[in-house]
Design a protein around this ligand. Structure first.
Ligand code: HEM
Length: 403
């Protein structure tokens, strides 16, 4: 089947509520050729089964460059210092890079972080007490995961604001095109300085451990080391924030959900899985490129074509999920793709789940009367097609309950 290139994926109106449009695409052209805001023409995969196939098909590579993008104007040395990471690698490089850090992200190692995550959460919630109105993204959903990943890696607290700015610009991609090279350059310089400092004065953190591996042999190059730090910081900065933000929005938008979850905290784990499915933090997986011709959902993808899996759409596919447009916090079967699938399945999933459990549990207990401070229609969504999250979530915290 051949198709014309469609422009509509770049439409800003799609950001507010992409779901009806994705439903239409799943029905009409489930594998769809579009021109992206960064100038690349790619195939969008919108159905669940096709998405799973694409995420596991070894003919779709993560290591090949994606055509000519309008935001690729970076000096080669800067590009190399951020792009040699596991999410842009195929086996055996992928296997080697992932193995170097996977030990730090096992369920057991992550569970050990619980007391510290609870402490950070309680501090952030205490700082909201007595305030009439708060942007919950700025005051809570952002700083919690940032502080956790920075402590895990060993990034000093004083540098976190700059980091957040660069990181936001980088994931906005074409939507922040003018600022992108500057943000990349600044981030790379910063990461290199950080590595130099830790090398001189190692600590107990993950970064010091990685520097040890780098310096002890040939398992990690210098570009791979800086790219690993880059990936972990970006992933730790840009994703869990949207799980917390989107989830709180869903709860406050229909208050009966908030009350139900407050009355029955045992629902929390399945509610979090449902937030991930229903309004997942990552809208599209990262690019894959066909190494040879293949069929996807009845469509021929040619060698060299970029493919983008729309996770947000796959997770609302009625062929896989009964009543996909209903938020069911007690949904029993929930094999969503919010963390991806296959060898690149999210390394940080146990950490994100734990952060979300602590965040929602403590928020509901501490601010039982919280409500939205604006009409839902006034909320605005982040630009770009990679992430699905609110720019701001203004709330009235209400009186804090005693702990
Ligand atoms: C709710 C929060 C999160 C969501 C929804 C999420 C989602 C994803 C998705 C969809 C992928 C696969 C992308 C693809 O195949 O193109 C991925 C990969 C990855 N994520 Fe997450 N992520 C989250 C939090 C985190 C955190 C907190 C970290 C850790 C610091 C992290 C680290 C990674 C890494 C390292 C990969 C690459 C894995 C590989 O290539 O093998 N993520 N994530």
């Amino acid at each position: 089947m051949t198709q014309d290139v469609r422009e509509d994926f770049a439409d800003p109106a799609l950001r507010t509520d992409p779901h009806p449009v994705y439903a239409q695409w799943r029905r009409e052209t489930p594998v769809r050729r579009v021109k992206l805001p960064n100038g690349v023409t790619a195939w969008l995969v919108t159905r669940y089964e096709d998405a799973r196939q694409a995420l596991t098909d070894p003919r779709l590579s993560k290591a090949l460059p994606v055509g000519q993008t309008t935001d690729s104007a970076l000096p080669p040395a800067v590009g190399a210092a951020v792009s040699r990471h596991m999410l842009s690698a195929d086996p055996p490089d992928h296997t080697r890079l992932r193995r170097l850090v996977s030990g730090a992200f096992t369920a057991r190692r992550i569970e050990a972080l619980r007391p510290r995550i609870e402490e950070i959460t309680d501090e952030l919630l205490a700082a909201m007490a007595g305030r009439e109105r708060v942007d919950l993204i700025d005051a809570f959903a952002f700083p919690l995961p940032i502080q956790v990943i920075c402590e895990l890696l060993g990034v000093p607290a004083a540098d976190r604001d700059s980091f957040r700015r660069w990181s936001n610009t980088i994931v906005a991609g074409a939507a922040a095109r003018d600022r992108l090279p500057g943000a990349m350059q600044a981030m790379v310089s910063y990461i290199r300085e950080l590595i130099a400092e830790r090398r001189a004065q190692p600590g107990e953190d993950l970064l010091s451990g990685l520097i040890g591996v780098r310096d002890a042999g040939d398992r990690l190059s210098e570009d791979e080391l800086s790219s690993m730090v880059f990936l972990l910081l970006i992933a730790g900065h840009e994703t869990t924030v949207n799980l917390i933000g989107n989830g709180v929005h869903l709860l406050l938008h229909e208050r009966t959900r908030w009350e139900r979850l407050r009355a029955d905290p045992a629902l929390l784990p399945s509610a979090i899985e449902e937030f991930l499915r229903y309004e997942g933090p990552v809208e599209t997986a990262t690019f894959r490129v066909a190494t040879r011709e293949l069929e996807l959902g009845g469509t021929t993808i040619r060698a060299g074509d970029p493919v983008l899996v729309v996770l947000l759409s796959a997770d609302r596919d009625q062929q896989r999920f009964p009543a996909p447009d209903e938020l069911r916090m007690d949904r029993a079967q929930n094999p969503h793709l919010a963390f991806g699938h296959g060898i690149h399945y999210c390394l940080g999933a146990p950490l994100a789940r734990l952060e979300a459990q602590v965040a929602f549990g403590r928020l509901l207990a501490r601010y039982p009367h919280m409500r939205l401070a604006v009409a839902p229609a006034e909320l605005t969504w982040r630009p770009g097609v990679l992430m699905r999250g609110l720019l701001e979530l203004p709330v009235v915290p209400g009186p804090a309950a005693r702990r």
